[in-house]
Ligand binder design. Structure first.
Ligand code: NAI
Ligand code: A1CAB
Length: 270
């Protein structure tokens, strides 16, 4: 993209995970990219020395056509900027597009929810656009997010709080299952390095099967269940033990936390 892009919080975890694939694929021109961090220095971009780095966010904004907001929600109040005439792309959990439009004086806001699997070009980024967002703005967002995985525009902004839980959480929730499996294997006397190798490979195989196979996840579960063997006994014990409900409860807790960010930001004494 020949557009000038500024990323506030560009030295952070998610910004790096999104930017490196886009730079590696030539979707973003490093000479037209400026990153800000509180210290004015970032790491992880040594392969692209043309990238500019600043600690002055208004300088970044003045030199950019598109400003990506990638600071933590709790740091937003410290960020006072004028982004008049700019396209704002937010990756921040919980912060409503209308709030960003008011704070930063631009009604062209794309609010998104990527995840850190972007680093592996396996991200998923749903996004919502305000009314003033143009077709070419949409094209910019699509090309940027598609560089690190799948992306889709969604019609209802409120669903982004749920996607924050469902997919914004990235590898963490499957990793909880993987870690429980590794811990159990070790407790049963399997050498830790073999337990880790086994479960990491299982996750790769299972992830590939779930993502790319013809059968939907529910059909995979049913196939093993109906087979009536050892796995069916294990699945039944997990279901009876409340694993599906624990997943529902976890997604609700994460969604509620995302919604609470918006409430806190809009509260008069926030
Ligand atoms: N990490 C993740 O897996 C995901 C994060 N997000 C969202 O992305 C945003 C960034 O998250 P992370 O990258 O994880 O956080 P992070 O803490 O790794 O990065 C945030 C960066 O912003 C910098 N920063 C804070 N205030 C600043 C300011 N005024 N000017 C310039 N830089 C400033 C910090 O120094 C830090 O380097 C958050 O709003 C989060 O909700 C969304 C989806 C996934
Ligand atoms: O855990 C978090 O708050 C960040 C935002 C969405 C995913 N990770």
């Amino acid at each position: 993209m020949s557009l000038r892009i500024g990323v506030i919080g560009g030295g952070g975890w998610l910004a790096g995970a999104l930017l490196r694939p886009a730079l590696a694929k030539g979707i973003i021109d490093p000479a037209a990219l400026i990153l800000s961090s509180r210290k004015g220095a970032v790491s992880g971009f040594e392969a692209w020395p043309a990238i500019a780095v600043t600690s002055d966010n208004q300088t970044l904004a003045d030199g950019s056509d598109v400003v990506i907001l990638s600071v933590r929600p709790g740091d937003l109040d410290q960020l006072t900027l004028d982004l008049r005439g700019k396209l704002i792309i937010s990756v921040m959990a919980g912060i409503p597009a209308a709030d960003l439009a008011t704070r930063y004086s631009s009604d062209r806001v794309i609010r998104s929810m990527p995840n850190a699997c972007a680093e592996w070009q396996q991200g998923f980024t749903p996004w919502f656009a305000t009314e003033a967002v143009t077709g070419s703005d949409r094209d910019i967002a699509t090309r940027f997010f598609a560089a690190s995985g799948k992306t889709i525009e969604i019609p209802r902004e409120e669903d982004l709080d749920y996607f924050t839980a469902l997919t914004g959480s990235g590898a963490s929730m499957p990793a909880l299952m993987a870690d429980a499996m590794i811990g159990d294997a070790i407790a049963r006397g399997i050498a830790p390095e073999i337990a880790e190798m086994a479960v990491r490979q299982l996750m790769l195989g299972a992830g590939t099967t779930i993502a790319l196979g013809a059968a939907k996840p529910g059909a995979i579960v049913r196939e093993f269940y109906d087979y009536g063997g050892t796995t069916a006994a294990g699945l039944k014990a997990m279901m009876d033990g409340g694993l599906p409900q624990a997943v529902v409860d976890g997604l609700k807790a994460a969604t509620d936390r995302a919604r609470a960010y918006a409430i806190r930001q809009s509260a008069p004494d926030a």
